[in-house]
Design a protein around this ligand. Structure first.
Ligand code: GLN
Length: 243
């Protein structure tokens, strides 16, 4: 049984981010992979070592602050589970939380969980619109699409990006990088939500979670015509080929 943890669904759920949980779970069920989801809200205990997949969506700066104060109490357990190969998807505000800090426009430094090596500073201009990103996952290169809406500009330290921006802004609109990757952690600015439109990425996460449990990571192919065409529509508008 794959155990899924949806962190702070009430506070971190911008632009349909919950759809990432729905896609992960449904793609497991279509393959008869048993899966169970637990929502964790502010103040509730969470034991990261019990989970196979943890999801954090996006939120405003205000929500990020509330959550940082709560999550910091479980920071070491979260970091240890990540080092042990826990599969994590963190979007936008959730992504920013995993880094060192968030520097606001009025020069306040809000500490992050400091699990991953990057920092974020608020910019004057919001980065809003559709994004296409080239990723290289599981030995395959392909393009993913999503929607970004953030003013935070993220700069990576000693950590890989999720991919290379083909259209849109990504981490900061300057260095051409999007998201971050460490072990089985995938961070991205792409809402959309991300997984329903990018079935290849969803299956990567499922395969990694299964492999970590010692279960067969070989996934039965699904009929992804609808998912692929949803992605293709976005890529077409951005004039990017699916790859
Ligand atoms: N508060 C962050 C920003 O604007 C995150 C926003 C979001 O999650 N969409 O950069």
């Amino acid at each position: 049984m794959l155990q899924v943890c949806h962190l702070y669904p009430d506070l971190l759920n911008l632009y349909g981010d919950r759809g990432n949980i729905i896609a992960f779970v449904q793609r497991c069920r279509w393959r008869n992979i048993p899966v169970s989801v637990r929502a964790i809200n502010l103040g509730e205990p969470v034991h990261f070592k019990d989970y196979d997949f943890v999801f954090l969506g996006g939120g405003s700066d205000r929500e990020q602050n509330l959550i940082a104060a709560d999550l910091i109490k479980r920071r070491d357990e979260f970091a240890a589970a990540i080092e042990d190969g826990l599969v994590v998807l963190a979007i936008c505000g959730g992504y920013q939380l995993l880094g060192k800090y968030y520097l606001t426009l009025d020069h306040q430094t809000i500490p992050g969980l400091d699990i991953l090596d990057f920092y974020t500073r608020a910019g004057n201009k919001r980065m809003v619109g559709n994004v296409a990103v080239e990723v290289n996952l599981g030995g395959k290169k392909f393009n993913i699409a999503g929607f970004e809406n953030h003013s935070g500009e993220t700069y990576l330290g000693n950590i890989r990006p999720l991919g290379r921006v083909l259209a849109g802004r990504g981490n900061n609109g300057v260095d051409g990088l999007e998201g971050a990757r460490h072990k089985n952690v995938f961070c991205s600015y792409l809402h959309g939500p991300l997984l329903p439109k990018n079935a290849g990425l969803a299956d990567q996460l499922i395969a990694l979670a299964l492999a970590r449990r010692g279960m067969e990571p070989e996934l039965i192919p699904l009929d992804d015509r609808i998912e692929n065409s949803a992605c293709q529509v976005m890529l077409d508008r951005l004039r990017v080929v699916k790859g």
